[in-house]
Design a binder for this molecule. Sequence first.
Ligand code: G4P
Length: 538
Amino acid sequence: MSQAATKIKENIIEREAARRRTFAIISHPDAGKTTLTEKLLLYGGALHEAGSIRARKATRHAASDWMSIEQDRGISVTSSVLRFEKDDIKYNLLDTPGHKDFSEDTLRTLVAADSGLMVIDVAKGVEEQTEKLFEVCKMRRVPVITFVNKCDRPGMEPLEVLSNVENKLGIEAIPASWPVGYGQKFQGIYDLIGKELHLYRKSEHGAKKAEMEIFSLDEGLDETNLSEAEKEQLQEEVMLIEDMFADMDQDKFKVGEASPVFFGSALNNFGLDVFLKYFSDLAPSPQIYSDADGNERELDEPFSGFIFKLQANMNPDHRDCAAFIRITSGKFERGLNVIHEGTGKKVKMSTPHTLMGDERNILEEAYPGDIVSLFSPGFFRIGSTLYEKEPVRFNVIPLFTPEHFMKVSTKDPFKRKQLREGLKQLSEEGVVHVFEVPNGVGNELLLGTVGVLQFEVVQHRMQGEYGVELYMQPVNYHAARWLPQEADDIIKKLESSYSTHVTKDMEENPIVLFESAYALSQAEEKVGGENLFKYKQD
Ligand code: G4P
């Protein structure tokens, strides 16, 4: 290729990357993530009528359903990334599964996102799962934009919501829009950036966009149906907060230390227009990832990407496994030949696909920020790098500390070898952490997970793929922390501590398990919290 042609190609890559927004929703179950996702698609023009995604979610509740759904190619792939385009911006919304299926996968997905959209319920504020997901955004220093949902229901006052976010997450919460009337009296949103009042009319079940009228605060208020008291209150509140967004420290926002907050109701489509108007400006375009040596891989360098999710057995007839790849540089074209870092093996990216709703589209080309998937040839691992031409290795997916533990064994003495082999395989795939039982005897192993449903997945797959019936026994561990690789003196100190047990995972990474919160805080005092990692990168 001539130099001029190469330059043009690079510019195309940068231009295409600049119009992408790859984000994930962080929320606690029931806050309205599914409803909001659907409404973003409605307002983004990808759906004409809302309803289908929530209907699908209804089938996802029971754990047993989830198993069979995982095996159903259509739904599991659909739930990984939703793409829509509005005003020349291409959005990639990465799915982060809800409560029962909360797992390490969910946390890893956030590593592939350039920003987080935090959805909170106005009545409940920041809840447990949101906090966990937020921690990953914080660790990665990515911007978080907040949507306070269900403002049509009784809840906290807006200022209370802001302090709730600040207190729970330790970030600044800066209002970008403001609700007009709360609960049943909720009628509109004041856009603090554009300085416009949007008053809405409820549409039937919120299936269509809400009808709306726009007023100015100065002269326009008299034309509204707001009562005198409501007008006065709105003016007073706006006076108090109107400069906050303009004064927001952009540097803090960019590293996730300040979050702009929008109010609304996803169900009634109130405030969504205001939110979407600014979301594309606030959410960053694809970031430049640094490789394992700390060098930046520029967006216009040859193709590279990392695997952040492996999904096995999507089709029960074939033992297949899909790999989801976040593109970090270059242009992807169907049929591209790439190299798998680590093994050096060549892979032809010939069956990538992405899904929007129920349509299965084969992606012909993709750019930084996009997610492509292909069938794993067996040696792919979570965190593996794929590249074309110039070698690179990313090390962006950390080990997350497990929070749930089970001791496992098999009753059948002839299956002990399969037990180890199967679990080793599942641990390499990132399905579960497998540890030696501290002071354990014989053939037991310890499993650790981020979500409880992961145990069921392990049980199911061990039975189905290795013919091993797992015998699981709960164990009394409260928390775990990874240790530095060379940590002999730390390990010695910890081993002599009460209710504290040091062990290793299958890759020989040392980890320490605590029987109580007290044991953990004692250990932090003894060896220093900086030596006990909640997330570990090698
Ligand atoms: P999730 O994905 O975060 O778990 O939440 P989801 O969207 O499924 O919403 C959870 C419940 O909250 C649903 O009610 C949904 O209709 C409701 N909801 C979402 N947004 C709003 C809102 O802005 N206002 C109000 N009042 N409710 C909202 P459900 O009773 O579980 O289901 P359904 O009967 O509505 O189908």
